[in-house]
Design a protein around this ligand. Structure first.
Ligand SMILES: Nc1ncnc2c1ncn2[C@@H]1O[C@H](COP(=O)(O)OP(=O)(O)OP(=O)(O)O)[C@@H](O)[C@H]1O
Ligand SMILES: [Mg+2]
Length: 508
């Protein structure tokens, strides 16, 4: 019986199908830069084949847990089990033929590798009686089968690489069919990639990934150039289960949603002393707008009244430098005060909350309403200033794009990412380790390098060296790249006065 999985449409509008039986025998590799639509593609494949075949998803980000409600997958929170327990659980998954998602999101890199290895090992070692076909989908496969040693222990890397190699090279007889996706083909171990006979290639920005793709597919480099201009959700399909010749396809819609990003926690500002706090609330602030007349309401219950008042007292937000509604232009004053805050040599090492508090205190002393610049606006200005974005540029569409990418990153990576993005946007030399460290709020260059490695493993950036040993960093999502820069250069901006930029684009 032939089962065709409907993946979407070809350029002529015909259905683009995947032959499930062939896929089980010949495996699949999906590659494409961040945002090209790999996870969406995997979701489409999982949804469309859920009723035909058992499925296991190795899910580093917890993206696929939403399949559980619609399709009955069991979600296994890897952080809650030991490695040996996971191995046994995997055995039972095979025995009972239940579809499962191994959610690894709550583990750090090394543990993700170990736990995934144990689980894959359990699938692989299942008793011969249970060698039924299973699709084993691994998203971000370069995390589990990295092409080079990273900063995890050798032991973890060997375990994880071994399990991935078993899956792709020796899994077939045992019914395991690997479907792996990666952002960076060049970061994925060659032997693991080479075992897939089917490919879905999405948008690829870096030359090194392009040439790896060309090698794998047996294409001319020139032909592989077509991967560069692919839109999100568009892939080139090739292989016995999909198409005999490179076939452009567009992935169709999905029924379940990717899990929405978890809400980000913003640290509370340091609590003021209790008597100050009372003061803050009971006395009107400087420049506070007069209260609006209270609308008469049938109920004058005290709580309702308070709630109503609270709903009105949102602080005014300074979006434009003019701030017309402020009675006079507060921009220059706020600007000056922000500069004062930043000239402190230790400013780079303080949290946003502490700097904002400092800013508000200085505003009060100068009788300026500091709340004209609320915390999110302050954070944006600060991020731009720290990344060295010049006057006026912090509202350019390019910078907005970089900020949008940064917003999805863990907070401790944002500063470094924005510094790199600014350098790449301006085609300026790549920042040194010391400069990156400062952007991270640390003095440790080693730590900055560690975070660079982490970002590279996640496909967010790609580092390379020119012949002089200078570093070049590309940012595939933004399609920008820095000029070469000496990684060991001292941090020129160190010390006072380094960040006295005109943040509001006003002069004087
Ligand atoms: N074929 C498509 N149709 C509609 N929306 C899509 C399609 N492909 C991707 N998207 C949307 O584009 C966004 C990025 O897609 P996705 O998360 O699949 O990218 P990715 O390649 O997995 O990126 P990353 O490597 O960063 O995980 C998502 O919001 C997704 O819903
Ligand atoms: Mg993804």
């Amino acid at each position: 019986m032939k089962v065709s999985i409907d993946m979407g449409t070809t350029s002529t509008g015909a259905p683009a199908t995947l032959d499930l039986e062939e896929l089980l025998a010949t495996r699949l590799l999906v590659q494409g830069n961040s945002g090209s639509g790999k996870s969406h593609l995997l979701r489409r494949l999982l949804e469309q084949s859920a009723s035909w075949v058992q499925q296991v998803v190795i899910d580093p980000e917890g993206d696929f847990v939403t399949l559980a409600d619609a399709f009955g997958h069991v979600v296994i929170d890897a952080a809650r089990h030991t490695e040996s327990a996971l191995q046994q659980i995997a055995g039972r998954v095979r025995q009972h033929r239940v579809s499962a998602i191994l959610n690894l999101e709550n583990l750090e890199a090394e543990k993700q590798m170990r736990h995934a290895a144990a689980f894959l090992g359990g699938l692989f070692d299942a008793d011969r009686d249970f060698w039924y076909p299973v699709l084993v989908v691994v998203d971000e496969a370069q995390l589990f089968a990295p092409s080079a040693a990273g900063d995890v222990s050798d032991e973890a890397r060997k375990a994880s690489l071994g399990a991935m190699t078993n899956l792709m090279c020796r899994g077939r007889k045992r019914g395991l069919a690997g479907v792996i996706a990666t952002q960076r083909l060049a970061k994925l171990a060659k032997n693991v990639a080479a075992e897939a006979s089917n490919f879905l290639m999405g948008r690829t920005f870096l030359d090194i990934d392009m040439s790896r793709a060309a090698d794998l597919l047996g294409m001319e480099r020139r032909q592989a150039e077509m991967f560069r201009d692919l839109q999100r959700g568009h892939f080139i399909a090739l292989g016995p289960a999909v198409a005999r010749r490179p076939l452009p396809i567009k992935i169709g819609t999905v029924e379940t949603a990717a899990r929405a990003g978890s809400p980000k926690l913003v640290p509370l500002p340091p609590a003021p002393a209790p008597e100050d706090a009372l003061d803050l609330i009971l006395k009107p602030g400087e420049n506070e707008p007069p209260p609006r007349p209270v609308v008469s309401r049938p109920s004058t219950a005290a709580t309702a009244d308070v709630l109503m008042q609270l709903s009105r007292t949102k602080p005014a937000v300074l979006r434009e430098p003019e701030g017309e509604d402020a009675g006079g232009d507060p921009g220059p004053a706020l600007n000056e005060i922000l500069q004062e805050v930043l000239t402190d040599p230790d400013a780079a090492f303080r949290s946003v909350a502490v700097l904002y508090q400092d800013f508000l205190v200085r505003c009060r002393a100068r009788r300026v309403n500091g709340r004209m610049l609320d915390l999110p606006a302050f954070r944006r200005k600060l991020a731009a200033a720290r990344a060295g974005v010049g006057p006026g540029m912090d509202e350019s569409p390019e910078w907005e794009k970089a900020m949008a990418v940064a917003a999805d990153l863990p907070e401790d990576l944002q500063g470094m990412f924005l510094l790199l993005a600014r350098a790449a946007m301006d085609r300026a030399p790549c920042p040194s380790d010391a400069e990156l460290a400062r952007a991270r709020g640390t003095r440790s260059a080693r730590r900055a390098r560690g975070l660079l490695t982490y970002m590279e493993q996640r496909g967010l950036i790609a580092c390379r060296e020119d012949v002089y040993g200078n570093r070049i960093i590309a940012i595939p999502v933004l399609e920008w790249e820095t000029a070469p820069g000496n990684p060991e250069a001292p941090d020129e901006a160190q010390g006072a006065g380094s960040e006295t930029r005109d943040l509001f684009g006003t002069t004087g």
